[in-house]
Design a binder for this molecule. Structure first.
Ligand code: ATP
Ligand code: MG
Length: 173
């Protein structure tokens, strides 16, 4: 049976994508690495991996049962995962609605065989990969993002690399 590589994510509107690029460009130019294209910027809520259509349907129905609240996220911190060689943009303050959404979605998905990552949730937008140099100066960044939905995304691999396709949207109250 065919499988799709899936993940649940927060998906910024174009205006937020543009703000992210503009604000992080000066820092990124000083670092070596692979810059992530604007249309691929996102926050992963839960990475599912390859699943068949039955599991996908189960997860879709599970996601529909999640009743999260809309919230504001302020993107204001440039961080790095040194071992993974990732430069990311995140938030100093994680709204309780985001933590709850992550927890509730993970619990709902467990009915479909999903096992939540044991590591604590650290929401971030990957900006650069293969980034080894440390960021020397924390830039002044403050990007407001009103989050009113989460999405189910398919990560499609072809000859040109990976592309993301939003399969479903789930609105928050
Ligand atoms: P590539 O792996 O080719 O660099 P990608 O990481 O953007 O591309 P995917 O591997 O499909 O594409 O990952 C989709 C999203 O899920 C990304 O945000 C990625 O960081 C995250 N992700 C991938 N694998 C895992 C994993 N094992 N655990 C947690 N998150 C993951
Ligand atoms: Mg990957």
């Amino acid at each position: 049976m065919k499988t799709r590589r899936l993940f649940f994510a927060l998906w910024p509107p174009d205006s937020v994508r543009q703000s992210i690029i503009k604000a992080s460009k000066p820092s990124m130019h000083k670092l070596k690495g692979r810059i992530i294209k604007p249309d691929r910027l996102h926050i992963t809520l839960h990475f599912i991996g390859p699943v068949n259509d039955d599991v996908r349907q189960c997860m879709h129905e599970a996601a529909l049962t999640v009743s999260g609240k809309s919230f504001d996220l302020k993107l204001d911190y440039l961080g790095q995962f040194f071992r993974a060689r990732i430069l990311w943009l995140g938030a100093r303050v994680i709204p309780v609605e985001l933590s709850e959404l992550h927890k509730d979605l993970g619990q709902a998905l467990s009915a479909c065989g999903y096992q939540c990552d044991r590591r604590p949730f650290s929401p971030h937008i990957t900006l650069m990969r293969k980034c080894i140099k440390p960021v020397k100066h924390q830039p002044e960044i403050s990007i407001p993002w009103r989050i009113e939905k989460f999405v189910l995304v398919e990560s499609v691999q072809d000859e040109t690399g990976v592309s993301y396709q939003v399969l479903e949207k789930y609105s928050l109250k």
